[in-house]
Design a protein around this ligand. Structure first.
Ligand code: PLP
Length: 374
């Protein structure tokens, strides 16, 4: 199998897996117990929290562990809403992940908030100025993604943060697609940032919510008082340990990964253009692991299925099937022609992707397009 769907999820980093295995079989105490095995589990969990905080340039007290980025996002947006006072306005973008868009939709229905959705330009990029012109006295929250999962486009999250820093408005960044793909840290301002370990070769079922010190936060789960009383339930120690190892390796390898994936992406883009295809990713303003492409006349799902028969896994952006990431709305927001959006597929590489895999993908793509188009 050649796996090129790394924006959906990634293979587990081997070192992370080994560290997790040790937790499963040796350091398996409850980190909240006071006996030696509990204390040992607590120690490794807190060491991992410190490592993650250091990598993100945050304070360990600003790092909360959750079960996914979807949970982190829900927590941030719902907590901010509970502290909004009389204010009603939230500003976000049309290309956010559904974890943001559907949570805001739910809050619109249940709390009567006003959700302003800012459209991107044709490249899928949000202009900070366009977003910020909607800020008024009624605004209590802005939520913007750092990197788009469908196209790889990098959004102006730093610029927005600079503007919001001095304002009494909550600012959430969906940073899920940043780690190991672009240099992201929490020196640039936000109140909340969400991460997901399985997107950077960490384990599934482990999310992070960064909460800047001094930000009002409502407990997500009440119970035994874990996570400083903010998210009760016994922590996933193996998951936390695996996440810290995976994050450290992803960040350590960022430069070499970027260099390698740029070359790989260039060769995919060249082949796509030779086949009469279209590149939907803004190449000079995106993370190098992602390229969203369309071969006009060949539907996305058809191409995905044809490549699957050659043992190649890529992602579709189509909303036709329930088992996908529903990225079609992102291309629609970019005002991409229907023929192009219907044929869009997403190729997303990782630092483990090899040159041979990319060459095999290009060969299979050529064969599939020849068969399907003519
Ligand atoms: N935000 C973005 C940009 C994503 O790409 C994803 C996953 O695809 C999520 C949020 C949700 O992450 P999780 O699967 O950890 O809930």
């Amino acid at each position: 199998m050649i796996y090129l769907d790394n924006n959906a999820t990634t293979i587990l980093d081997e070192q992370a897996g080994k560290a997790m295995q040790e937790c499963f079989y040796k350091i398996y105490g409850n980190p909240n117990s006071i006996h030696p095995m509990g204390l040992e589990a607590y120690r490794v969990m807190e060491e991992s929290r410190e490592k993650i905080a250091e990598l993100l340039k945050a304070d360990p007290r600003e790092i909360y562990f959750t079960s996914s980025a979807t949970e982190s996002i829900n927590w941030a947006l719902r907590s901010a809403t509970s502290f909004r006072g009389k204010r009603k306005r939230v500003i976000t973008s049309a290309v956010e992940h559904k974890a943001v868009l559907n949570t805001l939709k739910d809050l619109q229905n249940s709390e009567g908030i006003e959700v302003i959705i800012v459209e991107p330009n044709k490249q899928g990029i949000i202009f900070a100025e366009k977003l910020l012109e909607h800020v008024n006295e009624d605004t209590y929250l802005v939520s913007l993604m750092a990197v788009n999962n469908v196209t790889g486009a990098i959004q102006p999250y730093e610029e927005v943060g600079q503007y919001l820093e001095a304002k009494n408005i909550f600012y959430h960044i969906d940073a899920v697609q940043t780690i190991g793909k672009t240099s992201f840290n929490l020196e640039s301002f936000c109140n909340f940032a969400s991460f997901s370990a399985h997107k950077f070769h960490g384990p599934k079922g482990l999310g992070i919510l960064y909460v800047k010190r001094g930000t009002a936060l409502r407990p997500l789960l009440t119970g035994g008082g874990q996570e400083r009383g903010m998210r009760s339930s016994t922590q996933n120690v193996p998951g936390v340990v695996g996440t810290a190892v995976a994050m450290e390796n992803a960040i350590k390898e960022l430069n070499s990964t970027t260099e390698k994936l740029r070359l790989f992406r260039d060769s995919i883009v060249k082949a796509v253009r030779e086949l009469g295809g279209v590149v939907n990713t803004p190449l000079d303003h995106s993370v190098p692991n992602t390229v969203n492409i369309s071969i006009p006349g060949v539907r996305g799902e058809t191409l995905v299925n044809a490549l699957a028969t050659s043992g190649i896994c890529i992602g579709t952006s189509s909303a036709c099937s329930s088992r996908n990431d529903g990225g079609q709305y992102v291309l629609k927001a970019m005002k991409v022609r229907e023929e192009i959006s219907e044929s869009a597929v997403r190729v997303s590489m990782s630092r483990f992707t090899t040159k041979t895999e990319v060459e095999d993908f290009i060969k299979s793509l050529r064969e599939a397009v020849m068969l399907l188009k003519f």
